[in-house]
Design a protein around this ligand. Structure first.
Ligand SMILES: [Zn+2]
Length: 474
């Protein structure tokens, strides 16, 4: 099998994805999730769609992917929002959490295995324990107001991800104590001492009542759930500094010192709208809900977000959504035509035809740092060529079946299949779905993925939703 290469922000180079152990192709994936103080906007979803494409492609390449995505449900913005609404923090964030899951489903995002919440008492305890370790090792200090800061001067590698030289910030830049409690401007908060504006929000700690800083939330939840070293950590470019830089500092200073926090860092570029930075004041700020209200579908928005390489800036436009609609219309028409050409009698199992060798190029394009433009070019060239053959009547039924099965595999990655039909699956498929549920309950992800492929080969698509498996006709 071809190597899958991805661009690692840490090394600034393309690297082959390899599992940590020879024993299995298991990868852990941590993706920074939403701060649930508002509906997620399409810039947020660009990152989540990229992560979804990554997860699906790795899975197609035989990797078992264990993914964790956090929900930041305590920070300045959520507290401010709850305060302004006069309700408890949990009541304020709940509808935005629900909306996030609903939007993710609309955009056909594969669910993470775990969505830890920062306010979960078990995670709060872990954050506190990490801060205690950092203090014991001289990497953190308590300020007058009960806040705790990370001492950047204690960690010379700070800046290695963002590739910035923070020498100046480490050495000098001491701050006047009448202005700040911090030793140095760049020191960031691990724990924020309680202030009256926090109201009822706060947890007891060895430094008094307060709340965790955003960076320590991710560090504690990521290592707590996935272990000291995580294979792939993703986010938007905005997260590189200071958020991910701080995550590295915290984890590597509180860890055993033997293992890196993350092996591959991947970051997705900005999203612009109609050529400018998205901003509420500019009137070009969109949530997914805004676009659905305008009559666009989740599938169309997914296509528009997916079709540009993740490291290139994406200019999201209404014209682009129109192009997505056209492209999907062509795919749907092709799918119907292939089904017809494949013949009524076919039940999918007798298919022996292999797709053209060229169509493997779709997957090898994605092996090249998720080269989606290359992959889509292969898809549409395959569509054009087979349509031409169907026009001429030279595409045989087995060939049509081969192409249809290939399209199912492609859609296992792109998830652009037509809106689900509600047809019930045949017994054979239903039995496999049950077996897969058992495999998932036993956390046998490899078997779960194998069964998914068997189901796909029978012409059905299985999706994991937070309500369980959903199976639809391909
Ligand atoms: Zn994070």
């Amino acid at each position: 099998m071809a190597d899958t290469r991805i661009y690692n922000t840490l090394s600034r180079s393309l690297e082959t994805v390899s599992p940590r152990s020879e024993a299995g192709r298991e990868l852990s994936l941590y993706t920074c999730g939403p701060t649930v103080y508002a509906y997620a906007h399409i810039g947020n979803f660009r990152a989540y769609v990229f992560e979804d494409l990554l997860q699906r492609h790795l899975r197609d390449r035989g990797f078992g992917v264990r993914r964790v995505m956090n929900l930041t449900d305590v920070d300045d913005k959520t507290i401010r929002g709850a305060h302004a609404s006069g309700i408890a923090l949990a009541d304020y964030t709940k509808p935005f959490k629900d909306a996030f899951f609903e939007d993710s489903k609309t955009l056909r995002l594969l669910p993470a295995e775990i969505y830890p919440e920062a306010t979960d008492p078990a995670h709060i305890q872990r954050m506190i324990a990490m801060i205690v370790t950092l203090m014991e090792r001289g990497h953190a200090y308590r300020a007058e107001d009960g806040s705790v800061y990370f001492r950047i001067s204690s960690y010379p590698a700070y800046g290695k991800l963002a590739h910035v030289d923070l020498e100046g910030q480490r050495q000098g830049a001491r701050v006047a104590s009448d202005e700040y409690d911090k030793e140095a401007v760049a020191d960031f908060a691990l724990w924020k001492g309680w202030v009256p504006e926090d109201g009822a929000v706060g947890w007891e700690s060895p430094w008094g009542k307060g709340r965790p800083g955003w960076h320590i939330e991710c560090s504690a939840m990521a290592t707590g759930l996935l272990g000291e070293t995580i294979d792939i950590h993703c986010g938007g470019v905005d997260n590189i500094f200071p958020h991910h830089e701080a995550e590295i500092a915290q984890c590597e200073c509180a860890g055993t010192g033997h293992a890196p926090f993350v092996r591959y860092w991947m970051h997705c570029a900005h999203l612009m709208v109609e050529g400018s930075k998205m901003a509420k004041s500019a009137g070009n700020f969109f949530t997914l809900r805004d676009l659905l209200m305008q009559g666009w579908t989740g599938r169309e928005v997914r296509y528009a977000l997916l079709a540009v390489h993740y490291r290139a800036s994406l200019n999201f436009t209404i014209e682009g959504l129109g192009a997505a609609r056209t492209a999907l219309g062509r795919l749907d028409a092709w799918h119907d035509r292939l089904k017809e050409a494949a013949g009524e009698a076919n039940n999918g199992t007798e298919c022996v035809a292999q797709p053209d060798a060229a169509t493997e190029e779709f997957f090898t394009a994605l092996d090249d740092d998720l080269n989606i433009s290359g992959a889509l070019a292969v898809l549409f060239e395959t569509l054009r060529e087979s349509n031409r053959r169907m026009d001429q009547g030279t595409l045989t039924a087995p060939q049509a079946r081969g192409l249809r099965d290939w399209l199912h595999r492609v859609n296992g990655i792109l998830a652009l299949e037509p809106e689900a039909s509600h047809e019930a699956p045949p017994t054979e498929v239903a039995k496999l779905v049950e077996e897969r549920a058992a495999a998932r309950a036993a956390k046998d992800w490899k078997k779960s993925d194998e069964i998914r492929d068997q189901i796909a080969a029978l012409g059905w698509i299985i999706k994991d939703t937070k309500d369980g498996q959903r199976v639809t006709k391909g």
